[in-house]
Design a protein around this ligand. Structure first.
Ligand code: CO
Ligand code: CO
Length: 370
């Protein structure tokens, strides 16, 4: 197999992966995979956009004519098949599928992302093609971060930590969870974040007993744990940090829970080593919480990969025997949630290094009483 000229390193690796799996082409819709390979971002909307990356020919993209100006940002050459709103996408799909000879092709698709609409268009205009879920092809490419990606992640962490610091200086008893979350959004964007990778969570008291609770109009009171979980996006890469703080002193049990979670976070991070499995990191963190008697209240995995997406491989969870490797980035975020009372979560972002792990997040982990 010879690569077309001007292929980027990522495209070269993609072609190798496709060939290894006996796929003729990869079809991508807007999202992180398309961005990773081409530098292009589009909205996933009612106007279909499909990039076709064949194993033995230059890439092509079917897209609405109004999106053509964005192609100037593409990394590497890409042939475009634009369609206008008036004509619709049929002719463009026909032409692209014919030009790339996709009839009877084995086409890898994003099972987690492609919709029935795009699948039907491909099946119709690439007769007798086979659409094969191939998410793991891109997962494999993206799981090890290069220097540029790590630099972007560091900037995303810095923006999130600055926003967290700014908001903690303003949170007062009586402020509602939603008001605090709104401040956080403003600070994340003002500090250089490019949109919000996810809606920040600020939840207090009983509401903090649910890991993904939505901020409410309930005022934050003294003596309650407040879970603050936020992230920034910089250069397409995202951070994800959680700290639990207290307004005034916490009940004794919550202080104890805080210390257990802090220790679980520390032990989990200290356990990271190239060659260890993802599940071993989960077990190490979980064991601390179990030993303290709170095992039943740690109701989620220890962490998730972090990159172009807030949740991506590697998942730090029991059953995941994936070996950690230098260049992987993920969160370590143990938590304990006591129904009716509240919860504690401490989330850091880590980079696997030859000697263990570097924690990218630097925000203090001692219980902060505001
Ligand atoms: Co988070
Ligand atoms: Co997270």
């Amino acid at each position: 197999m010879s690569n077309p000229p001007h292929d980027t390193l990522r495209m070269v690796r993609l072609r190798e992966e496709l060939e290894r799996r006996g796929l003729d082409c990869l079809a991508l819709v807007p999202g992180p995979n398309l961005f990773y390979l081409t530098g292009l971002s589009f909205h996933l909307s009612e106007r279909p956009v499909v990039a076709l990356l064949p194993v033995d020919a230059p890439p092509a993209i079917v897209l609405p004519a109004l999106e053509v100006p964005k192609l100037a940002l593409a990394v590497g050459a890409i042939t475009s098949y634009p369609y206008t709103d008036e004509e619709g996408p049929v002719r463009a799909f026909q032409q692209a599928c014919a030009a790339l000879e996709l009839a009877e092709a084995r086409i890898g698709v994003e099972g987690l992302r492609m919709r029935v609409m795009e699948a039907r268009l491909l099946e119709r205009y690439a007769p007798n093609c086979q659409l094969i879920p191939a998410d793991e092809v891109m997962e494999e490419l993206r799981i090890l971060k290069d220097a540029g990606e790590i630099a972007a992640l560091r900037r995303a962490v810095a923006v999130a930590e600055a926003a967290l610091r700014a908001v903690l200086a303003q949170v007062r008893p009586g402020m509602t969870e939603r008001e605090a979350a709104a401040l956080l959004m403003v600070e994340l964007l003002r500090g250089g974040g490019e949109g919000l990778p996810f809606e920040p969570i600020v939840v207090a008291g009983p509401n903090a007993a649910s890991p993904h609770a939505v901020p409410t109009d309930r005022p934050i009171r003294t003596g309650e744990p407040v879970i603050i979980d936020c992230g920034a996006m910089v250069g397409g890469y995202v951070s994800d940090i959680t700290r639990t703080v207290a307004l005034g002193g916490l009940p004794e049990e919550m202080v104890r829970v805080y210390e257990v979670v802090r220790q679980a976070n520390e032990v989990g991070r200290a356990h990271i080593q190239p060659g260890r499995t993802a599940q071993e990191v989960d077990r190490a963190a979980r064991q601390v919480i179990r030993a303290a008697g709170y095992g039943d209240f740690f109701i989620h995995r220890t962490g998730h990969g972090l990159g172009l997406e807030v949740h991506e491989p590697p998942y730090i969870v029991e059953g995941n025997r994936l070996s950690l490797q230098t260049g992987m980035t993920f969160t370590v975020e143990p938590g304990v949630y006591l129904p009716g009372q509240g919860g504690v979560r401490i989330e850091d972002d880590v980079l696997v290094t030859p000697g263990g792990a570097e924690t990218l997040t630097t925000f203090p982990r001692e219980l902060l009483v505001l």
